[in-house]
Design a protein around this ligand. Structure first.
Ligand code: GDG
Length: 461
């Protein structure tokens, strides 16, 4: 079996903490690296004033963790700049927030080049390279022009936008052309895949074969949907154990007989948090029976707090939640508990398990793993109901959820009410079909599917 080289912006910690402490992706990637041997390469998370040195290498069994630091300028231009202030908003359909500047584009090209040049000497001819996410769209092209002939695959964790939206990106052509230097491109859903194919056909004049082979820019590659999964069994087991934890007991005690609705999201404008709070406000206004009887717990681990749009959104969210609490709270009941902090995955799994309703209502999301985790955490005897945005990739698979349009605040409130009042039999039926799907398509199946397809694809070398 060929050695695997994984490239991602952040690299998981060398030392794993207890099972379940890290996300499914890290677990799955680490397991593949452990089986095949290889390198996990990326940014150390450190920002230094000085120039890049050679990668820091840490060997753990058959895995080499290779990380490099970043200069303040590269962090500002590549990470905060082009990656998170141009690509992220644009790929999430937020043209109003996307910033376009030659300076950050140059920074993005520079950092992709630097990473490629640091990676290249570590590569062996028979390696298989798997690059993750929008931070490294250009990596394969730079490696190819430096003479690298390894099989290279790329997986995009966020949505691929529709043609009209992508065309607003001044560098759309350079970026798509660079992406076509990979042998295999993976998207979260067929919808994202179709958007990409649309660009290839209509904008780039390329051809797409029945088997998904693309011929464009004098290159041949494959593009396919690989919906990412979670470590379903492990998450389900963790939730069972966590139900008996101190934190879950305290939560239940504080609720009394009230029903819990839960949302867990990075504090990001793509997650539709303000609209969600507005929908909850509408629920309390339109269905007053819920007053005093339902608690909405919204957990938001902080994220990208050095990007201005995130600071603005946080302020607006706090004001909106404060307004709802100010309007409806009673001396013995607070409708919204808004927590701007993180919890361990173990505690979260227990919170999910005791929730009557899971609210996952992003305005756009590549997949959304919280939706799958919520389902995994439920008990078959008394499962909660998932309210899920049609604009999350997960909606393609989780057809047992109540699917909503997150922009339609009144519509979401209706579905919240339906979820709160759904009879047990209907909840079980919906949950079973969703659990089956996430158990079959877990993160291990996802990883193997991608790597096997990559192994088979590409030019014969
Ligand atoms: C990107 C794409 C795609 C949340 N709060 C805490 C915590 N979490 C965990 C969740 C979940 C993960 O973080 C978030 O994953 P999502 O999929 O919901 O969202 P993104 O971070 O935006 O991820 C997304 C994903 O990549 C994978 O391809 O699904 O569409 O945007 O696992 O449980 N974890 C801990 N403490 C918290 O407070 N430890």
């Amino acid at each position: 079996m060929s050695r695997l080289v994984v490239v991602s912006n952040r690299v998981a910690a060398v030392k794993q903490s207890r099972p379940g402490a890290e996300g499914g992706l890290a677990v799955a990637v680490r397991a593949a690296l452990r089986a095949r041997g290889g390198i996990w390469f990326g940014w150390s998370g450190k920002v230094l004033e000085r120039d890049y040195g050679q990668p820091t290498l840490t060997q753990a069994g058959k895995i080499t963790y290779a990380t490099i630091d970043m200069t303040q300028r590269d962090y500002d231009e590549y990470y905060v700049g082009f990656a998170n202030s141009t690509l992220w908003p644009l790929f999430h359909y937020r043209l109003d927030l996307a910033e376009f500047a030659q300076r950050t584009w140059a920074g993005y090209q520079r950092v992709n080049t630097l990473f490629a040049h640091r990676l290249q000497p570590m590569l062996e001819d028979t390696d298989v390279v798997w690059v993750h996410d929008y931070h490294f769209l250009l990596l394969a092209e730079i490696l190819r022009s430096a003479g690298c002939k390894q099989k290279m695959g790329f997986f995009l964790h966020i949505p691929w936008p529709s043609l009209e939206v992508l065309l607003a990106l001044p560098q759309h052509r350079e970026i798509v052309k660079a992406l076509c230097a990979y042998d295999l491109l993976g998207f979260q859903t067929v919808d994202h895949l179709h958007c990409f194919q649309d660009y290839i056909r209509r904008e780039a004049g390329g051809e797409i074969g029945d088997d998904g082979t693309i011929k464009v820019f004098g290159r041949a590659l494959k593009a396919q949907a690989f919906p990412i999964g979670i470590d379903t069994e492990m998450f389900a087991q963790m939730a069972v154990e966590s139900e008996d934890s101190k934190q879950v007991h305290r939560l239940l005690e504080s609720l009394g007989k009230r029903d819990l609705m839960i949302g867990v999201d990075r504090l990001d404008y793509s997650k539709g948090l303000i609209k969600r709070v507005e929908a909850f406000e509408h629920l309390l206004a339109a269905y007053p029976d819920n007053r005093g009887k339902v608690v909405f717990l919204q957990i938001n681990p902080p994220s990208r707090s050095d990007v201005a749009d995130y600071i603005d959104m946080k302020r607006e969210l706090e004001a909106t939640a404060g307004h709802v609490n100010g309007t409806f709270a009673e001396y013995d009941w607070m409708p919204i508990r808004y927590l701007n902090k993180s919890f361990s995955r173990r505690v979260l799994s227990g919170f999910f398990r005791v929730s009557r309703v899971g609210l996952v209502t992003p305005l756009r999301d590549g997949m959304n793993l919280v939706a799958k985790e919520f389902v995994a955490a439920q008990s078959e005897k008394d499962p909660g109901v998932l309210v899920l945005s049609r604009f999350a990739g997960a909606a393609r698979e989780l057809d047992g959820a109540l699917i909503v349009n997150p922009y339609d605040v009144e519509g979401v409130a209706e579905r919240m009410q339906e979820a709160l009042t759904m009879p047990l039999g209907a909840r079980q039926e919906r949950w079973r079909s969703m659990y089956k799907s996430i158990a079959e398509n877990d993160v291990t199946a996802w990883r193997e599917n991608f790597l096997q397809t990559l192994q088979k694809s590409g030019r014969t070398r």
